[in-house]
Design a protein. Structure first.
Length: 397
């Protein structure tokens, strides 16, 4: 009986192709919209996770506003680090040179970031050298005018990383010798560009302090041994800083892992919200299914009367029309899934430049909802058909 009802549903849909397609259109759009939106949001989440992972989820950034009467010098921070090495893998002061102008030959580069760091910074960021050497402890103590540059500067202005070592650049009018080049940080498929992640200069932080005319370091980067101890380590740093600064507003402790968790939570909420908004179109499509099924019942009143007069039970008529509505929705759902999977990849790459793909969860949920809508909104017209009086149905024109 179920097989026969299914075949009758297919025959009915095929005999009214245009009407059936328009009925399915709402389901197709709704299912495709849910899959595309959820896929794009998840693709964006994966991209953000990769970006944070490249920044180091085991890092903790500490910013301090040093005052004349309350300040934390570098030596004191290193003492704290050495006393708590069981929790830390590395530490480096960070001295950004705001408004620093880099000059290579006759070219002035305003977008290049200039930062003073320690000899441990390369290990902290998890990168390797492409050529030359990195900043050394001797460079820190002697305030040597040496620097390490990014891959973009080396290839753009010196052709190769090897050729860049030993050359000079000027920073705020002072000459610095290039002693090393950091490996490329962007992927090979991405173009190197001015102001990008490969456009930077690293100096000894002592030289950077002198260059910026700032006597104290206000930023530090720590790496933890165990990211599960993030809260403990933050408390440890806070307990060290508060007795010195006596005001929590004068320092800020930021864990990259917490920022990643917060970002993922926000994106997940956005994914649910967008999926819900797209799901509204499925409800609208359900109303369309119900209307078309009501029209179908009206058109087939005589057929229903004949079937009932030949002994068809009320449940049989109900089953036939419910299955027809469910098959219509199911076919629309399958077309919507196919369309959604294809468009998710195309839109992700062409519009947002991310690798996005349909998620199994969104496919299952949207397909289940589409079939459920067919059953739910198809029941009322089916129930109406099953209640028709055979004599009245046969008299219908």
């Amino acid at each position: 009986m179920l097989v026969q009802s299914f075949l009758l549903a297919i025959r009915s849909i095929w005999s009214n192709k245009m009407r059936s397609f328009l009925t399915m259109l709402g389901i197709i759009i709704g299912v495709a919209a849910v899959i595309i939106l959820v896929g794009l949001v998840n693709g964006q989440m994966s991209y953000m996770t990769e970006q944070f992972a490249s920044m180091g989820t085991n890092r903790i950034n500490v910013s301090i506003t040093n005052l004349r009467t309350r300040s934390v010098d570098v030596d004191r921070m290193y003492e704290f680090y050495e006393d708590n090495e069981a929790y830390f893998d590395g530490m480096s002061p960070s001295v950004p040179i705001s408004g620093g102008t880099v000059k290579i030959g006759n070219e002035s580069l305003d977008s290049t970031s200039v930062t003073g760091i320690s000899e441990d910074y390369l290990d902290i960021i998890g990168k390797n050298l492409e050529a030359g050497r990195f900043i050394q402890y001797a460079d820190i103590t002697s305030r040597s005018k040496v620097c390490v540059i990014g891959y973009y500067l080396a290839t753009e202005y010196f052709k190769t990383p090897s050729a860049a070592t030993g050359e000079n650049i000027r920073i705020n009018g002072e000459s610095y010798t290039i002693v090393g080049v950091v490996e490329r940080q962007t992927s090979e498929s991405d173009e190197l560009e001015e102001g990008g992640s490969d456009d930077f200069v690293y100096l000894p932080y002592t030289a950077a302090l002198k260059l910026s005319r700032n006597g104290t370091v206000g930023s530090y980067v720590f790496t933890m041994r165990d990211t599960s101890q993030t809260d403990l380590v933050k408390t440890l740093i806070g307990d060290f800083l508060y007795p010195i600064m006596k005001n929590e507003d004068l320092y800020k402790i930021t864990a990259m892992s917490e920022m990643l968790d917060s970002m993922n939570s926000m994106i997940s909420m956005m994914s649910l919200l967008l999926g819900g908004i797209a799901g509204i179109s499925l409800l609208v499509a359900g109303v369309g299914v119900m209307n078309i099924m009501l029209v179908s019942v009206t058109e087939r009143t005589r057929e229903i009367g004949i079937r009932k007069s030949l002994g068809a039970k009320r449940g049989t008529i109900l089953q036939q029309f419910v299955i027809e509505a469910a098959v219509t929705s199911m076919m629309g759902g399958l077309i919507g899934i196919t369309l959604g999977c294809i468009l998710t990849k195309i839109v992700g790459k062409a519009v947002m430049d991310i690798d996005a793909s349909a998620t199994p969860g969104s496919i299952l949920v949207s397909f289940g909802v589409s079939v459920g809508i067919g059953l739910l909104f198809g029941y009322m017209p089916a129930a109406r058909a099953s209640r028709l009086n055979p004599i009245d149905a046969l008299r219908s024109d």
